[in-house]
Design a protein around this ligand. Structure first.
Ligand SMILES: C[S@@+](CC[C@H](N)C(=O)[O-])C[C@H]1O[C@@H](n2cnc3c(N)ncnc32)[C@H](O)[C@@H]1O
Length: 371
């Protein structure tokens, strides 16, 4: 008897559990089918409601050319799902009380989702109110962004963003520089790593510079003293460039670079000067010292960032406003920033994608773009 009872109970349990699973499965299937069954019209209404929940069914219906009862049905389904409760949050709908909306209620019925997203920005609404001739929130948003950019733009910038080209490229592979027109560069400044790895990099720098520099243009390569003979050999291998002079710059007081292996406390850095053809610029001093030079390296944007004062001095001495400056080892973008601020166009690259991104970000900021 007890055994029979247990079998009965077990069977009941199994059937019961089965029914629960079955009904659960049914809900899931309906959910899935329900979502899959959403028509384009319903999707459009959902998107509109997501942007402007507080707009009446009739206004949305007029904006989308559908019946207000369809809008009402979609709204109810969204409410039932509980996933869109945040849309009725009054704080998010403050824009609906803006005087511009109150005075132009009909406008909402003409907007697509992009326009709706734009008009929900109080600043855009203020702008439209101040400029009644602008009827499109997207246009107002674009004008507003341009105005803000102009306000943020560094007053010293005189070139346009079209004069700037920064890419990822490995200077050891000359074919990666096909995007630069031959003979189009007035001055090239490179600051490769200062260890032995710089030797093939310097061979590459001199090959690319020989192609891209104009006749009479200069190549300046920053380096330390450790591998000077090898670096000179690497840069001199290309006979289209000619060694011209060795410039020296003192490292700022209190920041000598110590090379313990050679028992040296270095207080200068070197700039190797090469020329394509015959140098046609002004007389320059071979001693580069900027009194304001505050640091040996500026690590804010790159571990081996060069001081802006030094790079600015080189650019000013070796090029004129409007000229094109290049750097194939741009690092944190020091040459880029100095070139922009001194009114030089520039074409720059680095093998490291992050370095290129940092440079691009710094330059865009100078032009007033947000980060
Ligand atoms: C000393 S850092 C340059 C720092 C830069 N002057 C600045 O102020 O930020 C050397 C740069 O050379 C780049 N580099 C190394 N090998 C390279 C290669 N084969 N081609 C291009 N760039 C390379 C590194 O990624 C690094 O950003």
């Amino acid at each position: 008897m007890r055994g029979f009872l247990r079998i009965k109970l077990d069977t009941g349990l199994i059937i019961g559990t089965g029914l629960i699973y079955a009904s659960y499965a049914k809900i899931c299937v309906w959910e899935v089918i329900g979502i899959a069954k959403l028509t384009d019209k319903q999707i459009k209404i959902r998107e509109y409601l997501k942007s402007a929940w507080n707009l009446s069914d009739r206004s949305i219906a007029r904006a989308l050319g559908v019946s207000h009862s369809t809008v009402g049905r979609v709204r109810k389904e969204m409410q039932k799902s509980g996933r869109f409760d945040h849309l009725s949050n009054t704080a998010d709908n403050e824009w609906m009380n803006h005087p511009y909306i109150q005075a132009n209620k009909g406008l909402l019925e003409t907007l697509n989702p992009r326009g709706l997203r734009a008009i929900k920005n109080i600043e855009v609404l203020d702008y439209m109110q101040a400029h009644p001739q602008i009827k499109s929130p997207c246009v107002a948003q674009a004008y507003l962004a341009r105005e803000k950019r102009q306000q943020r733009k560094d007053a010293r910038v005189t070139i346009s963003l079209d004069d700037v080209d920064i890419r990822v490229a490995d200077v050891r592979h000359v074919e990666q520089f096909d995007w630069i027109e031959d003979g189009s560069i007035d001055l090239c400044i490179c600051d490769p790593p200062w260890d032995r790895t710089s030797i093939p990099i310097c061979e590459g720098i001199s090959r690319v510079a020989a192609d891209k520099l104009r006749d009479g243009g200069s190549l300046l390569v920053l380096t330390g003293g450790s591998h000077l003979p090898d670096i000179i050999n690497a840069l001199s291998a290309n006979k289209r460039l000619r060694y011209h002079w060795l410039l020296t710059c003192p490292l700022p007081q209190g920041s000598p670079a110590s090379v313990s292996r050679l028992k040296i406390q270095s207080k200068v850095r070197f700039v190797l000067w090469y020329v394509k053809g015959t140098y046609d610029g002004d007389i320059v001093s071979d001693y580069i010292n900027r009194p304001n030079s505050s640091s040996a390296t500026d690590k804010t944007y790159h571990e081996w960032g060069a001081p802006e004062e030094l790079i600015s001095e080189l650019i000013e001495r070796f090029s004129n406003p409007g000229d094109t400056v290049a750097d194939w080892t741009v690092g944190g973008g020091t040459t880029a920033v100095c070139a922009v601020l001194l009114g030089r166009k520039f074409i720059e690259s680095d093998v490291d994608e992050n370095a290129v991104k940092t440079t691009l970000r710094r330059v865009r900021q100078l032009f007033g773009y947000a980060r």
